[in-house]
Design a protein around this ligand. Sequence first.
Ligand SMILES: [Zn+2]
Length: 230
Amino acid sequence: MMPLAFRKKERPAVRKIEIYDTTLRDGSQAEEISFSVEDKLRITEKLDELGVQYIEGGWPGSNPKDAEYFNKVRKLSLSYSVVAAFGSTYKPKHRVEDDYNIKSLLESKARVVTIVGKTWDFHVKELFKIPLQENLEIIYNSISFLKNNVEKVFFDAEHFFDGYKDNPEFALKCVQAAEAAGADCLVLCDTNGGTLPHDLKKIVLGISKRVKVPLGIHVHNDSDCASPHS
Ligand SMILES: [Zn+2]
């Protein structure tokens, strides 16, 4: 019989897993899907009944329908779920407090905000056309500003796995900037859905050793990796 101390050490640590549902934002971008505000409110109630911890209600800065949803969802008496608003870091060459998208997030009065930011150096150079250091400042400033105004801020690390494969040091610096700014969860996103499970596992484990805040995962199913296979 193995000594008890050894067996204890071998026992996997119990970790709390929380569910964050993106049906109302990401799901509504799928083909042939168009939710009305009323649909979104009913789905919110159903997700609450299921006991989902966080419901991403929409992107208030992107369309008036989502802004209306946030006005109405506050009047629902949800018993379990917290509704989160989604948006992006402020635009390069803008000031965080003047950015339309950031202001819309605050106007939504959501207690939780999820902010998506670039973590692939290719995108920073080609789309933002700014130095890499400036992207780290954008992430840091966006999150610290929001943290002063809402209860929780989650960081969606966009194209994280593609970025990590190209430039691991920079991708790590991006999530560390979010952590330093007070992000409550670092959500690693496989935005193209092309990362295979063995690579994904290796990268997530590597990142978990370099940051202290909880990690989240948001993967797309473009390569069918999310489907059960025999
Ligand atoms: Zn997504």
